[in-house]
Design a protein around this ligand. Sequence first.
Ligand code: IVH
Length: 675
Amino acid sequence: MMEEAARERAAYIRKELNRHNYLYYLLDDPEISDAEYDRMMRELVDLEERFPELITPDSPTQRVGARPLEKFTTIEHTIPMLSLENGFDKDEIRAFDHRVKKLLGTDATITYTAEPKMDGTAVELIYEKGLLARASTRGDGFTGEDITANVRTIRTVPLVLLSDPSFPIPGRMEVRGEVFIGLSGFRSLNKQRLEREEAPFANPRNAAAGSLRQLDPRITARRPLEMFCYGVGVVEGADFNTHWEALRILKRLGLRINPLARICRGIESAVEYYREIESERNELPYEIDGVVIKVDDLGLQRRLGKKSRSPRWAIAYKFAPTQESTSVVSIEVQVGRTGVLTPVANLAPVSVGGVVVSRATLHNEDEIAKKDIRRGDTVLVQRAGDVIPEVVKVIESKRTGGEVRFRMPDSCPVCGSEVVRLSGEVARRCINTSCRAQVKERIKHFASKNALDVDGLGDKLVKQLVEKGLVGSYADLFALKRDMICGLERMAEKSADNLLAAMEKSKKTTLDRFVYALGIRYVGQHLANVLARHFGSLERLIGANEEGLLDLKEVGPQVAGSVVAFFGNPENRRNIERLLASGVMPEAMPLLHEPVLAGMTFVLTGTLSSLTRAQAKAQIERLGGKAAGTVSSRTSYVVAGENPGSKLDKARNLGVEIIDEERLKEILGGGSNAS
Ligand code: IVH
């Protein structure tokens, strides 16, 4: 393809991809399948690789994350980014309405726009001639940090504005909004972090703020950030009359607006809106901490003006705080699947944001020492979404002197075995792998949804099975007989049969689930899948040595050591053999391709007869090779198809080996070890 044709094609695909992105993320109404989207994306990546000069900043390929920065530079906001005055009850909100009317010298009903107050972090986007040119944090309100590269990775932020016949794209347009992480994104992010034994984020707001402040945009690209826009700064050439109108235009330009925003005539209607949102709050897929009520008419907004840090035309009507104070009744120590001891506070029950909290994790002994939490203390607890409640701090003024300091036990509180604190780790561990607490947790993990998925094998049942001595390891599960289960609490014959049927069903599984279920340290769902697909079968994985494991990009010495130690342990091997003997069948997985072409560069010229260029390129890349657009002395092979171009001459001049399509297919076919 000639460059001109490539340029046109790239522009077309880019426009289409941006449009489909809008349909998918903003309207939730996709027109094409994910596979089709991926295919177009691959074609664009392909074109841009062959003609790098075609890469534009608005290309959806640029979302993957640019190179790391040394540090953030600062950006001055044209109009300061203000904060909001808070109101906590309806009287304060009515007082706000009175003030507004008084300042405007009117008795007439005021129209407001009310929106959820997102609990994330404020960001300003600057579009120049419709292209996302810069993005910054709020900072001190006057200057913020330049986080353009990070914001580009957020799928719900358009890289280019959609054209709209009723609104010519302004030369410059400043848009403001909140970047946040939704609850499901937050949960999976923290799950991943725990699997890698990294500290989880305390709440979605911290996770969002931390992700935006990464110097390496490739890290940000992997965080599930989203954005809702809630206002504008300078917009050249535009003359909006109302805030509502501005929101509607933003939406038409492809920016994401909270669909719960609403026009409210009169303050009572806004108070009613607050009540509705408050009652829906726990069902929302993201966290909010109140609603924002804004005078809708922009002319009135200008007349009202601002105080030093906040506008007079808006107020945040905040929900009751999700922090409450209560007392620490006791501190107990739980033992996890890998023996880690976790201190947990039993609290005097207290309602926090509508949910009764009676326990809070204290994370580890360093955390307790840092916060100096003692039995009997009055503490501030907080609940972030449906995340585990935690103790924010001790209210020291409430100390009576009778509080008891906490000491981490030297022996396991469940089995009495020795407890060790390995160097470099915060956690103490019980080293007895037959510790009942560990056994229970391992069985729960084995039966969990993403592992063998044994329906009905819940916490209470596992507890009974282990405590009655019926089950000592997950291998014992499949030896359970009907009469053994029937005697248990709340286990009638019917439920026993259901459980046995569920266990029978779980025997048919896939290798990645099976590997995950084994509970190998550091091997979470993702790594289990990588291992399963690399080794293909359980025998091969068991037989792998550290060197073989380290060949994998995702595997470091810690994981490799842990996998080898796990399969080297005779008891683990015996358990696996028993599982297989009782009929558990982890289905082998198709192998990933070995990178046999690593370090080799191919250049394609002319037309291939049996595969498209994109297919050839994909196959080369799957085997670790590169497909380039131009011939150089570093090119390994030039593949000449029908009607080859000038690249062939260049190859001859440089002495690069020229091969035909048949030879290419041999190389591709011979290199694959797919089963
Ligand atoms: S309007 C001048 N609308 O709340 C008023 N702010 O306390 C500008 N926030 O920094 C803010 N959701 O990050 C507005 N729907 C919303 C909001 C919202 C969240 C945040 C914003 C701001 C903070 C002010």
